[in-house]
Ligand binder design. Sequence first.
Ligand SMILES: Cc1nc(C(=O)O)sc1CCOP(=O)(O)O
Ligand SMILES: C=C1C=NC(C(F)(F)F)=NC1=N
Ligand SMILES: [Mg+2]
Length: 538
Amino acid sequence: EKVSKKDVDYSLYLVTDSTMLPEGTTLSSQVLAGLRNGVTLVQLREKDTDTKTFIAEAMEVKKLCDQFRVPLIINDRVDVALAIDADGVHVGQDDMPIPMVRKLLGPDKILGWSVGKVSEVETLAEWGPDMIDYIGIGMVFPTKTKKNPKKSPMGPQGVCRILDALETNGADWCRTVAIGGLHPDCIERVLLQCGSLNGKRSIDGISLVSDIMASPDAARSTRILRELILKNYYNYVDVQLKKSAAAINVKSVLNQVTKNRPLVQHMTNKVHQNFGANVTLALNGSPIMSEIQSEARDLAQIPNASLLVNTGSVAPIETVKTAIEAYNEFKRPIVFDPVGYSATETRHVLNDTLLTYGQFSCIKGNSSEILSLARFSTSKMKGVDAGNTDVDSSLLLSATQTVAYKFKTICVCTGELDFIADGTFGGEYALSKGTEGYDAKSIPYIVVKNGSIPIMGEITASGCSLGSTIACLLGGLDTEGSAFDAVVSAVLLFKSAGKLASLKCKGSGSFHVELIDALYQLVRENKPETWTAQLTKE
Ligand SMILES: Cc1nc(C(=O)O)sc1CCOP(=O)(O)O
Ligand SMILES: C=C1C=NC(C(F)(F)F)=NC1=N
Ligand SMILES: [Mg+2]
């Protein structure tokens, strides 16, 4: 009896490739190793193979799949699929049109489609539930497996956009797998981030080729993948990620920072370098302004290290990528400051690319940057300073929650009021069911009210130095410290110091000095109850 196509398990979908087999392995031995260790669906994909060979391979692989009651999908070749009575077919955008394939297959076979654009989702939705059963969304990351790819990597956020399109087009029946460059070092981040904004769905599985087919130990590779899927949480940073709103303990955060003297690595713009270093020192942190690719892994392993990536920096993108990967590998916090996010196309592409390189503990920006990241406002930014300050606060809150939710991070939106939202969900993820309906507007948030500090906008690197402050406090936490508390504490501290400094200074020059002194004093006296910036629940 057949596995009914409604019950297909898409969680670990192996797509074969017999051009990358290691010495001593065969197509069948790799598929068998996969089937024995948790592969739940197989697709035979052979680009340039004679039909006779393809048929022989298909029959062999079908026998193996039947033993494990795992459906076999044939890529592209509908004739071969019919000839061997496969369980279904997968076609790409340039293969036989979907309605024709469905006509040849009949209603009970599984039909999959490669999807990379929202417009393709709209087409799929128009065809209705009897046409396509699942889509392969890709490619998520760069991959050498697909020859002359016609599309570029979309990153986890690109997958989110396709999932959102399925939801807005009501294609509830359609299942999804992500594909392209998926390996153990990035799969948890894909599983954590790839969900629809309404919280109703996440990807139903991951699909890969080389991680298994090119593996000298395909059984072990498959077991590792299986474990990542079943684990259902990604602790990307070794401090506590809150799962719900709870009291903020600022005093405790500062005590931990003073005790642990965090190493705060800055990859930032030239203007911010010196001031960021001095802010970090004032906070009992230890700054290192390193952009040396080969030392990133060493620095990430120093106790209480944290990384600030401020994209005004001109460090080569590969250097920044190496640092992001290193700090994720050693579970140390990374703060991302997408300076001038959408001011120019160059910065937009650069920031979007950097955002695909890792999981960030905090993303902070001004209102224009956060509105753009949330894809709320198309208005181009005016330079790198905050844009329209008259944006109403409910829109800013919503944008902050949206960014926090999309990237499963803590998002800070600075301005008259500061908005801080916690979209981490404690690092927990689930296949298919998303966040079970918990959407962006339901995630916990804090609003910091401090009154305006006009002069803050008249000095260089004020926003950037909030980044230094956040990275310093996150880095200074003990493992049982709370990431959200550290971020909120940083905003309260920085704004309170800014207020104090603005009352004492005689101009922007002395404001810089007064700001450092205020940070220095507030940290050492550690009396948050006396600070001007306070939490409000708008
Ligand atoms: C078969 C395929 N389709 C893609 C798409 O983007 O539609 S990417 C891809 C190859 C994925 O191979 P690997 O797991 O080795 O990166
Ligand atoms: C190009 C492809 C894209 N996606 C998929 C799958 F993951 F299976 F959906 N298979 C392919 N051959
Ligand atoms: Mg900024």
